[in-house]
Design a protein around this ligand. Structure first.
Ligand code: ADP
Length: 354
């Protein structure tokens, strides 16, 4: 069942000053998030991600298009009805947005007090939430005394206090170091798996999307430029923006400079094999090379795992007589895509040396 349905949504801000241009922050975006999914929305700064989140949370009205949250069209609701919809949506942010003057306990209590939950029930719920995020011991500390990762855990507990069906995470790990990021990502996964919360993760960090998202949506200049299962988007990025993002993570095809270095040491034929499908294993390919009497060495590349499926590129040096190599490649091409590594420009190594 679709929990969030965004259809042809545009958000245009009026010009900041007289005579200026209006800014279309979100441009004709359609996107559906199914119940129980974790969807990653990636894009560079200014792509329109945060605006999209504010529209889903009905903090701002869309200029056109429709947004339905759990079947309720939020674009036309009264403020009073909107507040009810917002109770079903938790939010966490890059800067945590905790109340500094309150303790951990007090931060988590806040939304419960606003929702009119009686004290005794609040207490039970807060204990449960703090235990879930692993901060029971910190209940009476002030947020200032916590590390970044702990602050985000408190923010997650607070966002979950009213039992929302949806959690919107806006750059929630962008202020954290890689290790803490991994901890928070693991917690978000538990929120999804154990509590059944549907999560929309907004980020510019591919590592985060790779480790958590079922589905990925790539935004550029307000538009969705690519969308698909996490595996497909990582293994076969089609839009240049997506390819740039994937490259930040999967740097497994040698660039001109790397080729120049490789060439200095490897004089055989250099080819890059693309593994994008579980149906073909590396060993099948290597067995084929051996069968054709071609010697090979792995000289560059890497295999990534997304959603438990492997993909990546491996660059090999092949040695043997030309005919044998050609015959072997004919067989290998039946199994996986093969590209010849382009020869480096003659001066590549000199440029490198400068
Ligand atoms: P992202 O979250 O991907 O960095 P944003 O949604 O923050 O992108 O911004 C998208 C575009 O909309 C940017 O060009 C930004 O300057 C503009 N924008 C965002 N919020 C406002 C606003 N309240 N008023 C005017 N322009 C805005």
């Amino acid at each position: 069942m679709a929990l969030i349905e965004i259809e042809g949504v545009t958000k245009t801000y009026p010009p900041a000053r007289r005579g200026g241009q209006p800014v279309t922050a979100v441009d004709d975006v359609s996107l559906t998030v199914e119940k129980g999914e974790i969807v990653g929305v990636v894009g560079y700064s200014g792509a329109g991600k945060s605006t999209l989140v504010r529209l889903v949370n009905a903090l701002e009205p869309a200029t056109s298009g429709t947004i339905r949250v759990d079947g309720v069209e939020v674009t036309s609701l009264s403020e009073r009805r909107l507040q009810k919809v917002r109770l079903g949506i938790g939010m966490i942010f890059q800067q945590f947005n905790l109340f500094h003057s309150r303790t951990v306990y007090g931060n988590v209590a806040y939304p419960l007090t606003v929702a009119g939950v009686p004290r005794a029930e609040q207490h039970r719920r807060i204990e449960e939430l703090l235990s879930f995020v692993g901060l029971s011991e910190k209940a009476h500390q002030y947020s200032e005394q916590l590390s970044g990762g702990q602050k985000q855990r408190v923010a997650i507990a607070r966002a979950l206090a009213t039992d929302p069906a949806i959690l919107l995470a806006d750059e929630a790990t962008s202020a954290l170091d890689p290790e803490t990021t991994a901890d928070v990502v693991a917690l978000l996964r538990r929120v999804n798996e154990e509590l059944g919360v549907t999560i929309l993760v907004i980020t510019h960090e591919m590592e985060v999307v790779k480790s958590i998202a079922d589905r990925v949506v790539v935004m550029e200049q307000g538009r969705v430029v690519e969308a698909g299962s996490a595996f497909d988007v990582f293994a076969r990025p089609s839009h240049p923006a997506t390819q740039r993002f994937v490259r930040t993570l999967v740097d497994d095809v040698p660039d001109a400079r790397a080729v120049a270095h490789l060439r200095a040491r490897h004089t055989g034929r250099l080819v890059t094999l693309s593994f994008r499908d579980d149906a073909v294993s590396q060993s099948q390919v290597f067995a084929e090379l051996v069968r054709q009497g071609v010697e090979f060495e792995l000289i560059f590349g890497g295999i990534e795992d997304v959603q438990g499926r492997a993909f990546g590129h491996l660059t090999l040096e092949l040695r043997g007589d030309d005919e044998a190599v050609e015959a072997a490649l004919r067989e290998v091409r039946e199994l996986v895509p093969v590209t010849d590594v382009p020869e480096p420009p003659a001066d590549a190594d000199e440029r490198e040396a400068v």
